[in-house]
Design a protein around this ligand. Structure first.
Ligand code: SF4
Ligand code: SF4
Length: 72
């Protein structure tokens, strides 16, 4: 089954939560910490479950997310 690795450019994230609602597996959330702009950046809560579908990267308006596919 395909797996994914999701990388966030946290300083660009504005915590809009669009990626959270776009993830079919509900494995995205916002960190408690804030970035230098004062926003809570998004992160993957359960990396093991990510399929690399890239829905999150597609919907992000600020190009914060890069998805790598790891085929197993
Ligand atoms: S690549 Fe797909 S499964 Fe992985 S975090 Fe993004 S939306 Fe969720
Ligand atoms: S869609 Fe982009 S800007 Fe919005 S919370 Fe997700 S990573 Fe951050």
């Amino acid at each position: 089954m395909a797996k994914g690795k999701v990388i966030f450019d946290e300083e660009r994230c504005k915590g809009c939560e669009l990626c959270i609602s776009a993830c079919p597996l509900n494995i995205l959330g916002l960190k408690d910490e804030i970035n230098s702009k004062g926003f809570h950046p998004a992160y993957v809560t359960d990396e093991e479950k990510c399929t690399g579908c890239a829905n999150c990267a597609t919907i992000c308006p600020d190009v914060v997310i890069t998805v790598y596919r790891i085929d197993k």
